[in-house]
Write a protein that binds this ligand. Structure first.
Ligand SMILES: Cc1cc2nc3c(=O)[nH]c(=O)nc-3n(C[C@H](O)[C@H](O)[C@H](O)COP(=O)(O)OP(=O)(O)OC[C@H]3O[C@@H](n4cnc5c(N)ncnc54)[C@H](O)[C@@H]3O)c2cc1C
Length: 510
């Protein structure tokens, strides 16, 4: 078959997904004279939430040629070392899921195996004490990795919290500078080719027609192209993840700048707290079957730490995924592709993965079915693994103080998650599937945090000399403490390196 290169790409949507995609594609295709157009409607606007990220975002930022400090200054960003889960296991209990690596293996014996044994015997501290990211997060510390041979300071792993609206604006300025053609306007209708059902053209409210070889649907929850035009179908996951609404409100910051996201389990869902330079982002993600909108708003507003900077923003969603992410000549990226609630801050990561995989399987105008199938298979698997990870938090709660938590305890877990829990609970085994986002240590933190402790030791752990194990654990914990003590306060690090241009209440409510 003759190769027919893609000549033009139309992206519908100018939220985080649209502009991340535009910036990336423009970088690669500008030289090849591929036309990249982005259509967005200010009248519809963007979702405007999505402020916590995970470490792979730093690869996106660097790969896109973005100056990290410049981005931080202009998007009111702060640094993030992990996520604290409060009241998830039981009220009054908390644990942290930090980024980065904890401890090190001893030959064939994983750190997790010898720590679990020592902890069960009452000879080891909490897992977080062996992680520099967790220890520094609890002490409101931060710095970027520095050269320091054999020290955890070399490998500090971090992500960002940023203002979602400012982030989309920032990306837009880069995209436009790279030659992305932006059209302000509303897509009114989508025409399909009569022979194969591929998208032929978009008609805007202005009457303008936009034609392209490849269409990227970044239109948000509405999925204007992938669903509205192509009727691809959606797989709902509400039976596993019972929340379907959120209310968000930014407020004044009253405490020192923390370097982690906090998520607190509440009466009908959970609440996020995301520290930015100019404000705190707060939101309550809840199940509409378990609380009224008015009660949820009241529960959120009454628990925020400072003066609210805006009216509460209400959002509805359906957790799940599109049946095909890539259908014909349309690829859905962002909320149009699917939604997993932001408990582990994964949505923006899925945007990034969608872009990276699109580049790996980039089509020509023949649209090879095998490429599309492979893309859909990988993204499906990644969504399912993250779904399982989120369900692990809900489905292993000990709480029975309200209806949602009683429901969560009765959820019939997918076999994939059940297998992982069984493997861990038998003798502490952890697994990571191909391309899976979260490493084994992420699973370890949440399994331990949710109190799903193994009944037996890993058989291999008994080959170790118990004294050597204790020396190692003591040494790791002591190095972590020293390193954390040497790190600056998060607030001071930002002041010295990347303080926002305007850090005022006015900026917070804009
Ligand atoms: C409550 C909540 C909390 C979240 N928190 C996080 C988080 O902490 N971390 C994280 O990673 N993610 C989070 N997310 C997800 C994150 O917000 C999204 O992944 C991200 O903002 C991408 O959104 P988007 O660009 O796909 O859609 P949107 O922001 O909705 O953008 C859609 C775009 O499509 C345009 N559009 C729509 N229809 C038309 C039309 N007819 N014509 C022209 N243009 C059109 C709109 O104008 C807009 O520009 C959260 C989501 C929710 C709901």
């Amino acid at each position: 078959m003759t190769a027919l290169p893609i000549r033009s790409i139309a992206i519908v949507g100018g939220g985080t997904a649209g502009w991340m995609t535009a910036v990336s594609l423009a970088k690669f295709f500008k030289a090849a004279n591929v036309r990249v157009r982005l259509i967005e409607s200010e009248q519809i606007g963007i979702i405007g939430v999505g402020e916590a990220t995970i470490p792979p975002i730093m690869h996106f930022i660097r790969g896109a040629g973005i100056d990290e400090n410049d981005l931080i200054r202009k998007t009111q960003s702060t640094f993030k070392l992990g996520i604290e889960f409060k009241d998830w296991t039981r009220i009054g209990h908390s644990y942290l899921h930090p980024f980065g690596n904890t401890g090190f293996d001893l030959g064939p014996v994983a750190f997790s195996a010898y720590w679990l044994k020592a902890f069960r015997e009452g000879r080891a501290s909490r897992l977080e004490e062996y992680s520099l990211e967790a220890t520094a997060a609890y002490a409101a510390k931060f710095m970027r990795p520095v050269q320091a041979a054999n020290s955890p300071l070399e490998k500090i792993t971090y992500a960002l919290h940023f203002d979602a609206s400012l982030f989309a604006r920032y990306l837009r300025s880069i995209g436009e500078a790279r030659g992305v053609e932006r059209t302000e306007g509303k897509v009114k209708s989508v025409a399909l080719q009569s022979d194969n059902g591929f998208i032929r053209a978009l008609t805007l409210e202005s009457g303008e027609q936009v034609e392209a070889d490849l269409y990227i649907d970044c239109s948000g929850f509405r999925g204007l192209l992938i669903e509205g035009a192509l009727q691809t179908g959606y797989e709902h996951w509400n039976r596993w993840l019972p929340c379907d609404r959120a209310v968000a409100v930014p407020c004044e910051r009253t405490a020192a700048l923390s370097s982690y996201t906090r998520v607190t389990a509440k009466s009908a869902g959970w609440q996020w707290r995301i520290p930015l330079q100019h404000r705190i982002g707060n939101g309550y993600v809840y199940g509409s079957g378990f609380i009224s909108d008015a009660q949820a708003q009241e529960e959120l507003v009454s628990s925020i730490e400072g003066k609210a900077f805006a009216e509460p923003l209400k959002l509805q969603f359906s957790t799940g995924r599109r049946k095909r992410f890539w259908n014909k000549n349309c690829v859905a990226i962002g909320l149009s592709a699917g939604f997993l609630e932001p408990l582990e801050s994964t949505s923006i990561h899925f945007i990034q993965r969608g872009i990276a995989l699109l580049l790996s399987y980039f089509p020509d105008r023949n649209f090879n079915t095998a490429d599309m199938d492979r893309y859909n298979k990988i993204v499906t698997s990644e969504y399912e693994r993250v779904r399982d990870f989120l369900l692990l938090h809900y489905g292993s709660t000990e709480r029975d103080d309200s209806e949602i938590w009683r429901y969560c305890r009765s959820i019939d877990k997918p076999d994939s998650l059940r297998e992982r829990i069984e493997l861990f609970q038998s003798c502490g085994r952890l697994i990571r599937e191909d391309n899976e986002l979260f490493p084994m240590q992420s699973w370890l933190y949440v399994l331990v945090g949710q109190n799903l402790m193994p009944q037996n030791d890993d058989p291999l752990v008994n080959i170790l000399d118990p004294r050597q194990v204790m020396d190692n654990l003591d040494n790791i914990r002591s190095v972590v403490r020293q390193c954390s003590a040497a790190m600056p306060k998060h607030e001071d690090f930002i002041k010295q390196n990347c303080a926002a241009v305007v850090a005022t209440a006015a900026a917070a409510s804009s």
